[in-house]
Design a protein around this ligand. Structure first.
Ligand code: GRG
Length: 293
């Protein structure tokens, strides 16, 4: 099957399950669910759940074991975007082509919606009905570490503290390996752990995700310069407006495009041990190199 169709199928699976998780009785606090749903169903690409489900497919895992983690990861990703857009952080008005959460619901509700999504992610994953509680416990540990001060939040801190400063290539790689890379790596590692992979297989998947995450981030930096505002659903040029060092400001467009290809190549090579079973993840990596959204 073409990767575009596989992606569509996985998105459908994830969205159906997310809708299930977001069902709730009529409550006095309904407004928090409105704010959570607004961003959760605003049209995200679902990249992280797609990676997790494709890793599960590659390793012959059981999708039912992985899906709660895929949804939880998307909730954490969505919370990070809601908080990142707040006036205290990037102060953005548009996300996924729509007014940002705080623009619609107000700052207090946006903070709470992000917090509630984060908590729901851990409620879902710690309530999982699984034959393999040891695997689930390890996956929850991976998820919490990747989202926290040693992962995504750590990257966000370095990012904030680097604004208006010239930072080196190594510092930029460290920043993005954490801010963007940590939860992309968690997607692959959790998919592998919940599918019963061995340690060498987990390492190979982790290396794929680390390199894919860097290629994805560099492509993001390129799109911030060359992208189309309408297609991207957010303003172009925000990195330079916020005086951020990016791969494009350090190396220019041509070298950045080459770097996307290089990291994509490294990602794909990491999967060589899986031979033809890695076809879908290989196709995904190649597909992302030319993404315009
Ligand atoms: C505020 C706790 C906290 C963390 C913020 C992840 C993050 C850290 C901020 C998001 C802003 C940003 C530009 C992150 C870089 C990673 C990235 C390109 C995120 C956007 O991911 P996509 O393109 O988004 O997968 P969609 O909308 O498709 O889900």
């Amino acid at each position: 099957m073409e990767i575009q169709n596989i992606i569509k199928e996985k998105i459908k699976t994830v969205n159906t399950q997310l809708e299930e998780y977001m069902k709730h009785p009529d409550l006095a606090q309904n407004s928090i669910f409105n704010a959570m749903n607004y961003s959760l169903f605003a049209g995200g690409k679902r990249l992280r759940p797609i990676i997790m489900l494709l890793v599960c497919d590659m390793l012959g895992g059981d999708e039912k074991e992985v899906l709660p983690f895929a949804c939880a990861l998307e909730m954490i990703h969505t919370y990070s975007l809601i908080h990142d857009d707040l006036p205290a952080m990037d102060n953005d008005d548009l996300r996924r082509g729509k007014p940002t959460n705080h623009k619609v619901f107000g700052e207090a509700a946006a903070i709470l919606a992000g917090d509630a999504l984060l908590n729901m992610a851990f409620e879902i994953t710690s309530s999982i009905n699984t034959e393999n509680p040891k695997r689930a416990l390890r996956a929850i540990s991976v998820l919490s570490k990747a989202s926290g001060a040693l992962g995504m939040i750590g990257g966000q801190v370095i990012d904030i503290e680097s604004e208006n400063k010239a930072i080196s290539h190594d510092m930029l790689l460290n920043l993005h390996s954490l801010k963007t890379g940590a939860i992309i790596r968690a997607a692959g590692v959790i998919g592998a752990v919940m599918s019963g992979a061995g340690e060498d297989e987990i390492k190979a998947v982790d290396s794929y995700c680390l390199n894919l995450g860097l290629a994805f981030q560099i492509r993001d930096d390129i799109l911030d310069v060359t992208g189309n505002e309408e297609t991207l659903g957010k303003p172009i040029g925000s990195d330079s407006e916020n005086h951020k060092t990016t791969f494009v400001t350090l190396f220019g467009l041509e070298k950045s495009k080459k770097a996307v290809d290089e990291y994509t190549g490294k990602a794909i090579s990491s999967l060589s041990v899986f031979k033809e079973k890695a076809k879908e993840l290989t196709d995904l990596a190649n597909y992302l190199t030319n993404r315009s959204v």
